[in-house]
Design a protein around this ligand. Sequence first.
Ligand code: PEP
Ligand code: MG
Length: 581
Amino acid sequence: MAVALYGVAVGGGIAVGRAHIIKPGMKDAPHYAVEDAEIAAEVARYEDAIKTTRRQLEQLRNNIPENAPTELGAFISLHIMLLNDATISRDPIDIIEEKKINAEWALSQQIDILSAQFDSIADDYLHARKQDMLQVVERVFKNLMGIDTNDFVPEQEDLFEDTVLVAADLSPADTVFFKDNRIAAFVTDFGGASSHTAILGRGLNMPSIISLRHASDLISENEVVIVDGIDGVVILQPDEFLLKEYRRRAREFRSRQRELNKLKDTAATTQDNVPIEILANIAAADNMAEVAKNAADGVGLYRSEFLFLNRDIAPTEDEQYREYAKIIKKAAGKPVTIRTMDLGADKNPRWFAQTHGLNPAMGLVGVRLSLAEPQMFRTQMRAILRAAQHGEVQIMWPMISSLTEVRQCLVHLQMAKDQLADSGIAFNPNVSVGVMIETPAAALMVGSLLKMVDFVSIGSNDLVQYTLAVDRANKDVAALYQAAHPAVLKLMLHILRTANRMEKTVSICGEMAGDPIFARLLLGMGFRHFSMQPAKMLAFKEIVLSCNVEQLENKIVPILKNDDPAKMPELLEKLNKFQAA
Ligand code: PEP
Ligand code: MG
């Protein structure tokens, strides 16, 4: 049966190919003592490895293919600089001599020392260089072990038409060969959205997904995989049906993209002149390029927790401020909704020790975790308030299930403002606040919640999960995960009507918002504000332009009256066919 892995899409498009796994080397470092008489030879072996590594990197820098991303030369120079630093070129030699141990062991001890130093650096840029240091060391290590440093490029005869590279992580140097070696896509376990791998993935404009966590363990050599760089999904063991479907999608992707791009500057207004707001879901400042490319009306959901993942310490207030300010400035006057960190369950930061319990999704997640760590929560809100000087900002709290939580959030927000004011730090106190409606409790209490906040946004991904008691990440119950289940629609309608009556904004920011299957239904129900992945916006706009919402209001009556989930797919199909006709 097909298995789907979810990560962060950094390069668009779809590829179907055979996996080539790039094995990490350092895990298997041999450890042994070295006799006095052999120490000099061991040191010479290390020095040779350094020399070889330097030569390889210089060769790479001198032979950068014309079609490689422009940043590549700079990245390789950075690696040469790190290699030449005494911490890598000299200190391991001292360890060999002092502890009388083999070079690989000495190098791995030095990595531990350097890693700890990097982890204690508050500066964001320097902290991010840890990955570069590890990549350089990995190369030295491979040279010590006699492992081919180009082993990520399969032998030509082994190459299938489309090779999907699968790695724990890839260094900038690794990507040099991509264009010339029929690499169709790459996926990695690690890497933040602003890691070098991600930057290069975007520049290479090939389907690429990072932060897949266990992809390199789960995917086997030569296995056929589908890399969906649009949704950030890798599909393993695809059956014939899926393969055919994705091959077709890959072919269609480009020509359709060209067509949709023509809608970029068209206002999203229905046939009967109802304006529809189309906002973007983002996970990092880097995504703002896509936001602009697809002419979003603003950011409806910034999943700020991604700034807290894939790292060994939590970001400082200043680092957060810089990232938020970057996004807000890039939004150029358009509104930005920053969701405070929605951590827990499947988004566990390394730096935060947590017990998981039997049902992690019902544990310390979303706002609950923030309220349990008030310092961290206020630090984030201070950073947001400071960044809010640069544009129109809304703060949104995730996973709300009671008025008590909102009351506490408001207290912490006020405290964050007071702290800034007391310290004489500039900030914008006029941010509007809202909550995500992701639990049935919040949906049913929306009227009372809206008395306390300015807006609500429906997180349909979780609202479906918690309403139907179906784990959104569990493939065994995937068939039961029905976004348009009658129970979910009833809750959504209640939320919408209540917000409209109270003249407060209600948006949808879960995957349902950008799914074309539900677009007409949601427009007919009366939703006017949608937030989705940038790549989905133009297709959604195309539907908006074709719709007459007054007609849709009547057409969806049978759907809203239907209580049988089994009948829903057919009813939706009928609605979509009608409108498309
Ligand atoms: C949601 O639950 O619909 C949502 C937008 O939040 P996330 O998917 O990040 O949980
Ligand atoms: Mg959610």
